[in-house]
Design a binder for this molecule. Structure first.
Ligand SMILES: [Fe+2]
Length: 563
């Protein structure tokens, strides 16, 4: 049985699920080179069919999200009215009351337009093209991506994002392939919008630069703005949902929240970032503690779980046995979640968990050589390429590394990565300059599996750290010999490497360890400025020529810049 999953929201993506296994997945931004592109990803569907030697006639089901557009009711209508009543009864000044109520009324209209007009049109367009289309709920698809790809037979699922299908979060129970919804937070009480509005307030792009706020947060003092910012959002234990406190006068479920501007006059940007992170952690941890007093396994998906520090804090809670964060946690992962839901619904079988996320296109030496010749680059094809890469890195060089299938999800996991030594913390500034980036977080470390316990003693389960989804505490040896990959709070976001997960990177790390006695290297995504991660050899060569990188590896080819 073959199922194509489609996500048309931010980071539009497609996947192919064949006989219960995800065989291929790609976001359209990688093909059209437009970061976070959204819309129906026709180009990606074509690419998927050609890369997997399929024809649309061989596909049994095409699936997507957006279930709420198929029903006429607005389930949030009551929620909107309740909020308006609360604001009316509050002690807020008349002017602020009016502003909050106007926002809620506008927001209700906007939601109606997006779901009942825009989404409906997209679903209709898809149905015309794919008459066998199945449509699933947004947050249940997020939960499915995390539950089915985890190692758990039974667990709880927590999904949190900006907004999808009238909700911004759900709590579900997963048992032997079956998902049951327990609680729901409505779209107007959104933690995703809360964090995004702080991102916007501090001068960054919401829905893209939230990682910068997380990085900046470690430099600030959360206590200073807390009295003002704690009015924004909280967790309601009784009803098991997040609450945007409109009646306290500043929260709005939008990136563009003008109520927040006063914060910039009173506090520094780093203190505001620190406080936003503090509140996010407090509210989500309150929620996770309330899910169960007993120890539980918990799986997480939705854009908010791109926050690696939040994930670490959840993993450290007493009532948590283990967590799993779906590596493509944002809406890009919805294609996979809905395809897995369909497989389970139709076959009553449990889909297979992905062992790795190298699910995109790959290129052979012939295709690569054609591009190298087009750009008239000098190249060699050495037998011991891993040894040469390790030696160059040990000499302080920066390597752009392109090999095998492209990663699915926001993180480069070695196949479309920039590699360099982690021994000198100045490399962070230098690399940011070379790549035209402004990051407050240090780059993440790759580490050989055998040395992980020595460098990161606190890890519960090494399997959780294969896809760079959470941070952890560093031991002294890590802080001393790989300072460039350690954050100011002595944490890092390791990616554990063994020969099964990525043989090429495993060999490079081994060769580097032989030279330096250090089993750690820096891995950052291979992209320039605000561009998506490179996909093809052509993207890689253009990125290499654009940037100030020392060498480019294209599969088996070693390339220097022409003099
Ligand atoms: Fe979402």
């Amino acid at each position: 049985m073959k199922i194509i999953g489609i996500n048309y929201l931010s980071e539009s993506s497609v996947c192919l699920l064949e006989n219960g296994k995800i065989k291929y997945a790609i976001s359209q931004e990688r093909i059209n080179r437009k970061k976070n592109w959204y819309g129906i990803p026709y180009k990606s569907i074509e690419r998927l069919l050609s890369d997997t030697n399929n024809n649309i006639k061989n596909i049994d089901y095409v699936v997507t999200c957006g279930l709420s557009s198929l029903t006429k009711d607005m389930p949030n209508k009551k929620e909107f009215q309740k909020k308006i009543d609360l604001v009316n009864k509050s002690i807020l000044k008349k002017k602020i009351k009016k502003k909050q109520i106007n926002f809620l009324k506008k927001r209700e209209k906007h939601e109606d337009l997006v779901i009942n007009v825009r989404t409906k049109k997209i679903i209709n367009d898809l149905k015309k093209k794919f008459p066998n289309l199945k449509v699933y709920d947004h947050h249940i698809s997020h939960a499915a991506s995390a539950a089915y790809n985890s190692k758990f037979k039974s667990c709880h699922c927590l999904t949190i994002d900006g907004w999808g299908d009238h909700a911004s979060g759900k709590i579900l129970k997963y048992n032997n392939g079956k998902l049951d919804e327990l609680y729901k937070t409505s779209s107007i009480d959104s933690l995703g919008y809360f964090y995004g509005s702080i991102t916007k307030l501090l001068g960054f792009k919401p829905h893209q630069h939230e990682g910068k706020i997380l990085g900046l947060a470690a430099y600030g003092n959360p206590k200073k703005p807390l009295k003002d910012m704690s009015k924004l959002i909280s967790f309601d234990k009784k009803n098991m949902k997040f609450i945007g406190n409109y009646e306290k006068g500043i929260y709005q479920a939008t990136f563009n929240n003008s109520n927040l501007k006063f914060l910039l006059k009173k506090y520094s940007k780093k203190d505001i970032a620190a406080c936003a992170q503090f509140i996010l952690e407090k509210v989500v941890l309150d929620c996770v503690r309330s899910i169960s007093k007993n120890k539980i396994n918990l799986v997480l998906a939705g854009g908010v779980f791109a926050n690696v520090k939040l994930n670490q804090k959840i993993n450290e809670l007493k009532n948590i046995k283990n967590i799993f964060v779906y590596p493509n946690m944002g809406d890009g992962g919805l294609s996979v979640g809905s395809a897995m839901l369909c497989y389970n619904e139709v076959t009553k079988k449990i889909p297979q968990a992905s062992k790795n996320y190298y699910l995109g296109p790959s290129f052979n030496n012939k295709e690569i050589l054609k591009e190298i010749k087009k750009f008239k680059l000098k190249y060699s094809k050495p037998n011991n390429i891993e040894k040469i890469i390790a030696k160059k890195i040990s000499e302080g060089k920066v390597i752009a590394h392109f090999n095998g299938k492209m990663e699915f999800g926001p993180r480069a996991l070695g196949n479309r990565s920039i590699l360099c030594a982690a021994t000198d913390s100045n490399i962070n500034n230098e690399l940011n300059k070379r790549l035209g980036r402004t990051e407050f977080m240090p780059f993440a470390p790759l580490i050989l599996k055998n040395y992980t316990k020595k460098y990161f003693k606190s890890l519960k389960d090494l399997e959780d750290y294969k896809f760079m989804t959470l941070t952890c505490k560093c031991e002294k040896i890590m802080i001393n010999n790989s300072p460039a990959a350690v954050h100011i709070d002595n944490t890092a976001r390791p990616q554990i490497i063994d020969e099964k997960i990525n043989l090429r990177i495993f060999k490079i790390l081994n060769e580097y360890k032989k030279i330096t006695n250090i089993p750690v290297l820096i891995n950052t995504s291979f992209n320039m400025h605000e561009e998506p991660i490179v996909c093809s050899p052509n993207d890689a060569i253009r990125g290499f020529l654009d940037g100030k990188l020392d060498y480019l590896i294209l599969k088996d080819f070693f390339i220097k810049k022409n003099d």
